[in-house]
Design a protein around this ligand. Structure first.
Ligand code: NAP
Ligand code: MG
Length: 407
């Protein structure tokens, strides 16, 4: 056995719940610990431990990411009434992802893992399309009201520091109707833009941004202007040096172009657009188990995870002793994403190389026909295809990784 690869700076690890917790441990034991010498700052976000600590553990984990820069997270239960009963919790704690995102000011980017034997439904897509969704404003923080009868709708803006009030007629209703008022904050849009530029530069891919600025000449055009200013002031030279581009276009045009593109770009979208488009891209790429997710903060902190949840149904089968065929791809890519970023920040190319090799091994395993049930249903039919169980899949990747590292 050769010496282990040293990961220079501490990596923040957040453990999770149910089936993903089971897989998380297998991934660590079989794919990481045999090869890596890591200093890990471990936070157990198991639902019971969050409950025992009154969720302090989640806050501590977020602080650790702020301290060290990179974290990897397993999927966690967001408790609802059923979970409060199931785990006898003090209360329905907030989503850990929400808590961490709020503390890091982050934007979530989702990237599908592509394998050659599962074709995206859009035949031109050769490289992953990454969606960056703004997480504030639009209809998610709106004001709505029914208008019961004919009349005038006016808005009044009152400056906090006692300046002059401004009153504007919104609409003269001839008959009953409905209204919706959206708002956004310059700071939130700028932080979103910064996270998008940070991510595109970190992955060395083009950034596309699109809004309906031709119709919405203040709101959507405001987004465009903030992105443009941020680009000119802070990113233009860095992008040129990396050979990547920032490209703004009308959302209709972007949709048409994306459908004919090869992929391989970051597509930044307003909150509502991102909600809709991310489901479209995910569904065209196959399985939820093949979608990775990274939270990028404008302060340069990164948190990697799988986009899927704790795979509750598989866990109940597992508890009954039944065989499961759960897919650990996105969990593995959470680790490799975190390790690669750690290696880049630390200037340790051997860590980056290990992350590359592990991803190659995972992809090669599926492309070689060994896969879990969710993928078997999507893959090109071949006699060599073989369905394996949860642990068998990780073992197959381990064998492939061993070959790649030791010939
Ligand atoms: P889920 O865990 O994503 O699973 C939904 C279904 O998708 C599964 O039943 C399974 O389908 C399939 N699936 C997802 N991941 C898979 C994998 N790795 N391998 C194979 N199949 C996979 O969503 P959920 O069951 O609605 O949520 C369970 C818990 O996860 C909830 O408590 C929720 O709060 C939490 N959650 C956490 C996160 C997070 O931490 N980021 C995100 C979402 C949800 P089949 O049953 O058809 O095989
Ligand atoms: Mg959605």
């Amino acid at each position: 056995m050769t010496d282990k690869i040293k990961v220079k700076t501490t990596l923040v690890e957040m453990d999770g719940d149910e089936m993903t917790r089971v897989m998380w441990k297998m991934v660590k034991d079989k794919l990481l610990l045999p090869y890596l010498d890591m200093d890990i700052d471990y936070y157990d976000l198991h639902i019971k431990h969050r409950d025992d600590t009154d969720d302090q553990v989640t806050v501590d984990a977020a602080r650790a990411i702020m301290k060290y820069g990179v974290g990897v997270k397993c999927a966690t239960i967001t408790p609802n009434e059923d979970r409060v009963k199931e785990y006898n919790l003090k209360k329905a704690w907030k989503s850990p992802n929400g808590t961490i995102r709020a503390m890091l000011d982050g934007t979530v980017f989702r990237k599908p893992i592509l394998v050659s034997n599962i074709k995206p439904n859009v035949s031109s897509w050769k490289k992953p399309i990454i969606i960056g969704r703004h997480a504030y404003g639009d209809v998610y923080n709106n004001f709505e009201m029914p208008i019961p009868e004919a009349g005038k709708l006016e808005v009044v803006f009152t400056p906090r520091d006692g300046g002059k009030k401004r009153k504007t007629l919104v609409h003269e209703f001839p008959s009953p109707g409905i209204i919706q008022i959206n708002h956004n904050l310059e700071k939130s849009v700028r932080d979103f833009a910064r996270a998008c530029f940070t991510y595109a530069l970190s992955e060395k891919i083009d950034l596309w941004f699109s809004t309906k600025d031709t119709i919405s000449k203040v709101y959507d055009a405001g987004f465009r202007e903030i992105f443009q200013r941020e680009f000119e002031e802070n990113w233009k030279e860095k992008f040129a040096a990396s050979g990547i581009e920032y490209f703004f276009t009308l959302i209709d045009d972007a949709v048409a172009r994306v459908m004919k593109s090869e992929g391989g770009m970051l597509w930044a979208l307003k909150n509502y657009d991102g909600d809709v488009m991310s489901d479209m891209v995910a569904s065209a790429c196959g399985s939820l188990a093949m979608m990775t997710s990274v939270l990028v903060s404008p302060h340069g902190w990164f948190e990697y995870e799988a986009a899927h949840g704790t795979v509750q149904k598989h866990y109940y089968k597992h508890l009954k002793g039944e065989e499961t065929s759960s897919n650990s791809m996105a969990l593995i890519f959470a680790w490799t994403g975190g390790l690669r970023k750690r290696g880049e920040m630390d200037g340790t190319p051997e860590v980056v190389r290990f992350a590359d090799k592990l991803e190659e091994a995972a992809v090669a395993t599926v492309e070689g026909g060994t896969m879990t049930g969710d993928l078997l249903a999507l893959a090109e039919k071949k006699p060599s295809n073989k369905k394996v169980n949860t642990e068998g899949f990780i073992d197959a990747i381990a064998a492939e990784l061993h070959k790649k590292l030791h010939g």
